[in-house]
Structures are given as structure tokens and as C-alpha cells.
Design a protein around this ligand. Sequence first.
Ligand code: SF4
Length: 363
Amino acid sequence: MAEFEKLFALANAPYQRNDKRKFIAVFPMWFPYEILLAGGCRVAEWWGYDVPPTLADAHFPTYICTLVKSNFELLLSGRSEVDGAAFPIATCDSIQNSAGLFSHLFPGKFAAYFRMVQNPDSASAADYLRAEVKRLIAEVGAFIGRKIADAELRAAIKTANAFRQAARELLLTLKSGRTSLPAAQIYRALRGALTDVGPSTTKLLGDLTASLKVGPASGPRVMLVGMTAEPLDVLTAIEAAGAHIAGDDLGLGWRTMSVDAAESGDPAEALAQRLLHLPQCSSLHSQKQARGPYVVSRAKEVGANAVIFTRLKFCDPEAFDYPEIKCALDDAKIPNLLLERDLRDQAEGAVTTRVEAFLEQIG
Ligand code: SF4
């Protein structure tokens, strides 16, 4: 077994404790987890799993995305031994509400909330974020029982930057041609790596990239847009229909991996500035650049001539952005297809047929 295959094992068992570090489940997607790393915690960003929401169903309405529900299923089922959970509560209403639910259901566990700024262009955004980052540093310090030093924060920023760099190099192989490993496996590996952000998974991502053979790509070049491309069998269907997945604008993908924090200077300022310079996202409301033109420019950057939206059912942020992005893609004459699924769907005939028909249509 190749070393990098450990990433698939992590993807399959994100809840397993593997050492004595404090184990924190981080909900997606703008939580500055560098602060947890600086406190010596294991950061496990959970992007949802194909588990039946038997216990979580008792606490959520049916019309909530399966990402949140399945994360709670892991917590409630006792499979996970997390010491706490972290919530970027501005991502969406589902995560915001589940943050309160976590404290209610697990009163003995650590709960960290990060209130991400909604409008990064606001004049007060920088001051607000700096203060919020500092508040969180103090809160994590109280949890681990000591003050977190600036040097530890700078080291954690370096660790997270190196992780993101390795993830970007892996994702960029998709742009360069047809990889020896299917795209579904590449995104699965990234999901596995995110369950333990740090030097060991950074190395495994690098090993995986180095092991890939890249050949010429044929067929339409597709870009994926959404929070996540899960369930990943749709990627298999896209490749089986003769298309090439050239890149993404995904939360579990390029969007969260594309921007790093400064490694010198005041670390709280560096973390705040990173968050102010993120790419367009459905959970942010930039006044300067709308997401539609951003997605078009990103499609041009990866050389995509088609876009497939992989939206999770009941994901309101992505649903609100969709009409504007679709109009921008239509205006730019980039064919696009919307697939709406939940994490437990299999690539049943209907989805495969829609993908095949779409790709056939664009040649
Ligand atoms: S997929 Fe959408 S609804 Fe679900 S947690 Fe992410 S942003 Fe929220």
C-alpha cells in the first residue's frame, strides 16, 4: 500500500482519534483553524459523510443539508471521540443553528464560535476581524489552559500555509491533464487530509501529487462549482462520459485552499487579512465583486468550457447565488448544468443520464 493511501483511510474514518492531541471537529468553512493548531489541537474539518442520520434526525428538520446532519450523526453516535467542535457561524443558517445545538447536546465539550465578517469590503471589517481573531485566541488559550504565544501562532500559520500549498499542487494536476488517479479519488484524498491538517497530511498530499502521472486530456473541460463535489460518484460519471475535470470553485477545493496568511508580523493581523482576501463565496457578500463574474474568470483560468454545479440539497447560500452565476455563465457562453443531490445519493441513472446528455450536447 502506498503511503498516501492513508488519506483514504482518514476520509473513511474522520472521527477516529489517532493520538493524545485535543481533537476538534471543525465545521466548514472559514474557521481560522491556525489558532487551534497553535494550541496543539488536532484540526479535523468535517465536510459531511455518507451516514444515515438516524440520531441526528431527531434534532434537525428534514430540510437541512446532509453535511450538517451527518457531522452531527458522527457526534451523536458515539463513533467520534472529539474534545470539542468549532463553528464558523456565518457560513449558513444551518451551521449557525447547529453551533447552539452542539453546546446544548454536549455541555461538557469545548465549543468555539467564529463570527466571520459577512461583508469583507466594509470599512470596519478589518478592525472587527482582528478583534474576533484575538477573542478566539484567548478562548482557545483558556481551553488548553495556557496563553498561546505569537511564535506558536506564526508556526501554525506556516503549517496551514504548507498544507494549503500541497493541496493546491494536487488540485493543479487536474488542470494540467488527465491524471492517473480519477478526480473522485483526488477530492477524497483532500477530504481525508482535512481531517488532520498538519505536517503528516501535507507530506501525504505531496506524495500523492508526486505519484500521479498526467496525460493529455480529451473531451470537454469541466469546472465544478459548489460547496463540495460530494457525493463523488458524480465525478466518476463525468469522466466516464468522456469529459475532463479541469478545476473547481468548491469550498472543499480551490476556494478554501487558494489564499494563505502572512508568515511574519502580527499573527492576529495576518489571520484577519487572510480572511479579508478570500475569493468570492456564497457565504460572503462582497460589494466590490459579484460572484458571477468571479466564477466566469475562474472558469477561464482553469480553461473550462463547461461548468457543473454540484449543489447539496437545502444549501441556501449556493442556491441564492445560482441565478446570478448562471446568468454570468450564459452571457459568457459557457454551458452549465445544475445537479442537486444529498450526500447519501448514489449516481443513480437519472444523474448519469443528465451528465451524459449535457456533455453530448456541448460535444
Ligand atoms: S453545504 Fe450549504 S447549507 Fe450545508 S453547511 Fe455548507 S453552506 Fe451550509
